[in-house]
Design a protein. Sequence first.
Length: 79
Amino acid sequence: MTIDIIKKIISSNLNIPIDKIKPKSHFVRHLNADSLDVYQIVMNIETEYGFEFSTKEISNFKRVNDIVKMVDEKMLMGN
């Protein structure tokens, strides 16, 4: 499932247990991530799935679910 892969990537990048990462977790408030952390997470997700996010898409990534939804949309569109 998309959420599981993304949670693994986030966990690895932020060095936090997977069970602490929830779909509604806010990157800054709940996961203590800064903009560079989010950028690295996005790069790793792009590598994992083989597509890129636009700057506009990345700017909308505030919560874990935001990324999951966008990955699912891109996969449906074949990107």
